[in-house]
Ligand binder design. Sequence first.
Ligand code: PLP
Length: 396
Amino acid sequence: MKAAYIRELFDRYVIGNYRRCGVVFVRGEGCYLWDAEGRRYLDLLPGLGVGALGHCHPRVVAAIKEQAERLIHVHNNYYWESQGLLARELVKRAFPGKVFFCNSGAEAMEAAIKLARRHGWKEGRTELISLENCFHGRTYGALSATSQAKFHAGFEPLVPGFRYVPFGDLDALAKAAGHRTAAIILEPVQGEGGIFPLTGDYLRGARKIADSVGALVIYDECQSGLGRTGDWFAYQTLGGPEPDIMALAKPLGGGLPAGAIIAKERVAAAFVPGTHGSTFGGNPMACAAGLAAIEAIEKDRLLDNVRAMTPVLGYGLRRLKEKHAGRIVALRQCGLMAAVDLNGPSVGVVERCRELGLLVNSTHDITVRFLPAMIVTREQIEEGLAVFDKALETTR
Ligand SMILES: Cc1ncc(COP(=O)(O)O)c(C=O)c1O
């Protein structure tokens, strides 16, 4: 099918809630994508954080094929192997607890918020506190937890009971928390907000504040979790304590839609039959793909690769900041999550990168975001940064 016709189908039949660029992709392999004209792109932001293993990782493809031939879907009134195994593998890498599966990051945050409220319900704990500049998803609970006003516009009234405190300010958090607080919600590394990592000190302080008022701590690791920071979870990289509930999504299903929360057992017990659910959550396909993804990270030693590539990306970006002093005004990085703030809107540079064959994105207006796959090589990082350099040189 011709690319022009595919674009026409979208224009005619698909709701226009995304700002799509003109490219039609037809194939992906590793860190590369190919468009309908056969042009190759280096993808340093595969699937907006989904592609931790790049595109079409052979282990994930094999697991999907194998599972599809045996069992595609059964619902959650029954048992099946891959959901039980994936729950065990997640708990092993995080903290003792139990898992609820859903299909996306927003759904994982809905589950986290509902579980926290249900847990604190009898004590009248209905309030949730999150941080300024955070992003937790687009459904109403997740949107209400998201503090950025631009995502709220036109959708009010939001769910009551949410309040926001300044990023990194423990005094403000201590003032806001009290006997009505169900949970404090934190992204250990703010992703959509432009890659702002919290410190280990802050995470420890927040845990103390939560404990002192009897509230829970929720980490949203939908973007930062499952290896991208060089540990299984970003809170481990940052030296933070365990949360009570942690939300996961993006790479969880190896590219298939999947979300989950892991909750400490005493908290998880607040979900009894009938309190929450999901028709597709934890389905055989997504869980089989997720298991294969974890196996690939382990067998191919990809956490080590992330740790090795982190300074390569950091060094390259610092050199570009020196070269483009004034144009690049700030850099932030945690593992293979990196952000470059420009002295003006970043969308033009991102478009120029794409014209030159590099895929990154623009977040938070002035920021260029890099979330390369965990399989990325030194050569690919250098290739990507050379293109970024050229894009900076040829745009204003
Ligand atoms: C930290 C975080 N939480 C939640 C979400 C929402 O995930 P989804 O788009 O899968 O609903 C995102 C998406 O970018 C995210 O980065």
